[in-house]
Design a protein around this ligand. Structure first.
Ligand SMILES: *Cc1c(COP(=O)(O)O)cnc(C)c1O
Length: 381
């Protein structure tokens, strides 16, 4: 089955009880049993819910895995993956990590004896020297937020495999339409389905997909034991969002390309970060491991200060100033004061995250209108 067909049919079938073509929202906490222990395979909704299971099967199909395991948020999904580890183990993660991912490792799991080490993975050859006998999990994010750096998933997974270490890829920024890490050697994929999978900025949900049944069983055990499950309504919304994933992400990629090229030619704009440019250091790897360059574009200004960026951020009409990404609507954000404010300025600058850096999540509106909106806002500089 090709990807576009999988978004609509992968792992899904009409409801066996009623024939309902769209997966019903099973809003129930428990299930009637005929006699003690005799039931239809459903006992209690933390453990099994048909709407959630449908979403899990659909995600497994999209990511070419054996099973999906869904959670109440992207962070709850990551939390479950970290629970595969034991006290004393070490996680080796990309340094320009989603802020919440950095926070859960350093502020929660380090209190339980797990250790986090954060390194650049843009050069896969540099990863091996950081591996110790305690390293049990490699955590990759690519493209990264907000600098859109690219990590070679195949090369890094190979290093991990050699040392018997699990590789997990946070695939939120790319979505399975653009990148399927399990095909490249990764063991685990994590999603904030809040972003591209849901795609309409109307729900928060997280997912894990794996290609090994024993690992899937362990994660389902954690899902049931820790209980961070999503509700059936949210599962329904994500299933519904996924049906247009290929159309939405395809259009977002086209729009992002037009906007990146427009910005690159603007006299007030300094750097434009978009992996589709041949001059982008990760371009060759992105071209190989992704089926498009994504809907995210970052740029900074020649006059590099917050006030200058603020003029642009407060003047756009179609681009809404907000956190998050991956919805049908275009968003604009200022990482230095919003998502990355907790990182010291010197650290930010080392990664190119200047005070005037602006991040765009390009939606599926008409590209001409989006460019006109940016053009208008940039006249205030
Ligand atoms: C948003 C996000 C998360 C966290 O997901 P939530 O659904 O907000 O909990 C994790 N990783 C990345 C890359 C994200 O963008």
């Amino acid at each position: 089955m090709k990807f576009a067909t999988k978004t609509i049919h992968g792992g899904l079938q009409p409801d066996p009880n009623t024939g309902a073509v769209m997966t019903p929202i099973y809003q129930t906490s428990t299930y009637a049993q005929e006699s003690p222990g005799v039931h239809k395979g459903y006992e209690y909704a933390r453990t099994q819910n048909p709407t959630r299971i449908a979403l899990e099967k659909n995600l497994a199909s999209l990511e070419n895995g054996v099973d999906g395991i869904c959670f109440g948020s992207g962070m709850a999904a990551m939390d479950a993956v970290l629970k595969l580890l034991n006290s004393g183990d070490e996680v080796l993660a990309t340094s320009d990590l989603y802020g919440g991912s950095y926070r859960i490792i350093t502020k929660i799991y380090e209190r339980f004896g797990l250790k986090g080490k954060f390194i650049s993975m843009t050069d896969p050859g540099g990863v091996e020297k950081h591996i110790t006998p305690a390293t049990k999990l490699l955590w990759i994010e690519t493209p990264t937020n907000p600098m859109l750096n690219i990590v070679d998933i195949g090369a890094v997974s190979k290093v991990a495999k050699k040392h018997g270490i699990l590789t997990c890829v946070d695939n939120t920024f790319a979505s399975p339409y653009l990148q399927t890490p399990l095909d490249m050697g990764a063991d685990i994929v994590v999603h904030s389905a809040t972003k591209y999978l849901g795609g309409h900025s109307d729900t928060v949900l997280g997912a894990v997909v794996v290609k090994d049944q024993a690992l899937a069983d362990q994660l389902h055990f954690i899902q049931n034991a820790s209980g961070g499950i999503p509700g059936p309504m949210d599962c329904f919304l994500v299933l519904r969002g996924i049906k247009t994933l290929h159309l939405r992400v395809g259009r977002a990629c086209e729009n992002a390309e037009k906007i990146a090229r427009y910005l690159q030619g603007h006299p007030k704009v300094n750097n434009v970060y978009w992996p589709g440019f041949e001059s982008h250091p990760g371009h060759a790897v992105a071209a190989r491991q992704m089926r498009g360059f994504g809907g995210m574009v970052s740029f900074d200004l020649h006059k590099d200060d917050f006030d200058e960026a603020k003029k642009v951020l407060s003047k756009t009409h179609l681009f809404t100033l907000a956190e998050s990404l991956g919805g049908v609507e275009s968003l604009i954000g200022h990482p230095a004061s919003m998502t990355h404010a907790s990182i010291p300025k010197e650290e930010r600058l080392k990664n190119g995250l200047t005070d005037s850096l602006i991040r765009l999540s390009v939606g599926v509106e008409d590209a001409d209108d989006l460019i006109e909106d940016l053009e208008m806002a940039l006249t205030f500089l």
